[in-house]
Design a protein. Structure first.
Ligand code: ADP
Ligand code: MG
Length: 650
């Protein structure tokens, strides 16, 4: 059955052309409409043609969900067990084995893999998929692969893209040939709102219900910006449908977002039963990474979440940001794959024409580069100013990243990698988290710190706070706060209590803790334990020594310090900016003179999340090269020391 389906995909007619192009050229660029079969079919064609006899075919994906879902699909098409011949690898989850010949993985994982296999010698073909997404890791990979193909004449490189950036990729790789796979495309009718919507969430709900009530059969795809929003819309839609009772047909609501548990992912691909309609609530993950058959209507909020890093303040925020025209076109196109479609844009035609950029700014130009620079330095790529980027990052971003790595002790005064920097690179974490772990060695509390790091890595999903039980949930949460030890230690207490209760699910329910997040944190913790041993950090505990734990945390997050002001708000210490303690923090009601935070979130205000108190003198005890007494004594004299770091000057 699946074999027959494979033959109906547009790319099937280009099978021989693809294989010939790969045989005759080392680098090939492939462009094809989303859903034409690039991701699922090309690796299989290569396998069938024998390219996996002397190495694996690796296919990179910008998103974890896509890597898992596509690998699952391909393993079914090939009739093998997932993790055997076909596998995937994402951060903290390796589902491959000795047998694996087709490997789907996130672009970030390939970079990590290069730390142990710099020439990627276990691969015979690499396919950089979804290259048009221009994630930071994809851009870096393209730069590295450009060199790698010179070093390894036996390696084949494919770059696949859903949009028209093909010429740019081709030119970058010495005018590699471009193969175009025309997709099926039916006309899409586009509707705009007459006036701007004040609330796109409400508008999305109303529009979805209207489509359901008035339009012919066919599934709906709604583009929203994130998990919380999707969960809200899911809840409201279900409630409204319930109230409408039998007056209206069945509406099956399926959410899709980056952290969606694997077991729920399969649900979005289940064909809709006759008489019912499916509505998929998705982030921009469904823009090009995932193809869901049967979609006939698209509702486009016009927004997505984007990371923006401000090099002036060193702050990174995840912002709800207007999408580009290119994204809007992609979104609309999702409705016209199997027949004529309709796209309802929740913005005006004027706003489309006037306010939206043509293309999304590549991530490399708007994000914190410290993580990839640490990896590049570990790969021996030192001369970043002359690295051949597809689009160069602004100098300011490069300089800021080097400064952060210097502050963390990963680079020395002349910008060379230190032992600490090498240890840090072993951890698949942000540099601040990995530094916190490396530093825990000195403070003899690595056991506690890796627990905290694992919990911080699962995101803000440890505590469960249902709308109708907020009071009970908040009370339960406060049990984990001893005195005013802060949020980091509270997380540690949650984990240790759970462990004392034999990792029980019931215990989680009783304490308003999300069991799934805890299980995930436990997995991550196990992996971090192995890595800690590998880099030669001793596993030690000092549960009673609060100061030691705090000092380890500060060693990683020394740039995230803030000081209380008379009016109750806080100012960050370096590059002062006004911030507030997030209401969910245990320290929200107990102001502390000095605090350290894990991250900032911008909602109505700039909030610090996961906050812990510190003593200012610890700052120059821990980072005398970065903090000076006067930083701490007088905020107005806030100049960081620049002397002795010539590589930081432009
Ligand atoms: P492209 O990479 O060109 O966008 P894909 O290879 O991802 O196309 O998709 C080809 C077809 O495979 C699509 O029709 C899609 O519906 C189907 N498909 C992909 N992944 C899955 C999955 N996890 N479950 C069911 N069908 C899938
Ligand atoms: Mg694809």
């Amino acid at each position: 059955m699946l074999q027959k389906e494979r033959k109906t995909l547009p790319i099937y007619h280009y099978r021989e052309q693809v294989l010939r192009a790969v045989q005759e050229n080392q680098v090939v660029v492939i462009v094809g409409e989303t859903g034409s079969g690039k991701t699922t079919q090309i690796p299989q064609y290569l396998h069938e043609a024998g390219y996996t006899k002397h190495g694996k075919v690796g296919c990179t994906q910008p998103r974890r969900v896509a890597a898992i879902s596509v690998a699952a699909r391909v393993s079914r098409e090939m009739g093998v067990k997932l993790g055997h011949e076909v596998g995937y690898s994402i951060r903290f989850e390796d589902c491959t084995s000795e047998k694996t010949v087709l490997k789907y993985m996130t672009d970030g994982m390939v970079l990590r893999e290069m730390l142990s296999d710099p020439k990627l010698e276990s691969y015979s073909v690499l396919m950089v998929d979804e290259a048009h997404e221009r994630t930071l890791s994809t851009d870096i990979l393209l730069g590295i692969f450009k060199d790698l193909v010179r070093l390894r004449s036996d390696l084949k490189l494919l770059i696949s893209s859903a949009t028209l950036d093909a010429e740019k990729f081709s030119a970058y790789f010495n005018f590699a040939p471009i193969l175009r796979v025309p997709g099926r495309r039916y006309p899409v009718e586009i509707h705009y709102t007459k006036a701007p919507e004040s609330n796109y969430i409400d508008a999305a709900i109303v529009t979805t219900l209207e489509i359901h009530a008035t339009q012919a059969s066919g599934d709906i795809l709604v583009f929203l910006t994130g998990q919380e929003e999707i969960e809200t819309v899911e809840e409201i839609l279900k409630e409204r449908i319930r109230k409408l009772g039998t007056k209206i047909g069945e509406l099956i609501v399926c959410p899709v977002y980056a952290n969606l548990p694997t077991e729920l992912q399969a649900k979005i691909f289940v064909p809709t039963p006759d008489g019912a309609r499916k509505v998929v609530l998705a982030t921009n993950i469904a823009e090009t990474s995932l193809t869901i058959d049967g979609i006939k209507y698209v509702v486009d909020s016009g927004y997505s979440k984007m990371k923006w890093y401000n090099p002036k303040t060193g702050m990174e925020s995840l912002l709800v940001y207007p999408i580009s025209k290119a994204s809007a076109m992609q979104r609309a196109g999702r409705s016209g794959r199997t027949g004529p479609g309709k796209c309802f844009r929740l913005y005006t035609i004027n706003s489309y024409q006037e306010d939206m950029e043509d293309n999304t700014v590549p991530e490399i130009q708007r994000t914190n580069l410290a993580n990839v620079i640490l990896i590049l330095k570990n790969l021996g790529i030192d001369d970043l100013l002359n690295f051949d980027f597809l689009d160069s990052p602004p100098q300011e971003l490069l300089r800021k990243a080097l400064e952060l790595l210097y502050a963390l002790g990963a680079l020395n005064q002349v910008g060379e990698l230190t032992k600490v920097g090498r240890q840090m690179a072993e951890f698949p974490l942000d540099p601040m988290l990995s530094k916190m772990i490396v530093a825990s060695d000195k403070f003899k509390c690595s056991n506690e710190i890796i627990t905290i790091a694992a919990l911080l890595s699962v995101g803000n999903s440890v505590f469960y706070r249902p709308k109708n039980k907020k009071f009970l949930a908040d009370n339960a949460r406060m049990n984990f706060y001893q005195g005013d030890a802060g949020d980091h230690i509270a997380l540690l207490n949650v984990y240790n209590s759970w462990k004392e209760n034999d990792y029980s699910k019931q215990w989680c329910y009783d304490n308003f803790i999300q069991f799934r997040s805890m299980k995930h944190a436990r997995d991550i913790r196990d992996q971090l334990t192995c890595l800690v041993e590998r880099v030669g950090i001793e596993l030690t505990s000092s549960l009673c020594n609060l100061e030691a734990m705090k000092k380890a945390i500060i060693s990683g997050f020394l740039l995230h310090t803030a000081r209380l002001q008379k009016n109750g708000s806080y100012w960050t210490v370096k590059h002062p900016q006004k911030v507030h303690v997030h209401p969910s923090s245990g320290l929200a009601q107990v102001p502390k003179r000095w605090v350290i935070y894990h991250e900032l979130v911008l909602t109505t205000k700039e909030y610090m999340r996961q906050v812990t108190e510190l003593k200012p003198e610890w700052l120059f005890e821990i980072a005398p090269h970065y903090y000076m007494l006067k930083d701490v004594e007088d905020l107005r004299k806030k100049m960081p020391r620049v002397a002795g770091r010539p590589w930081l000057k432009t």
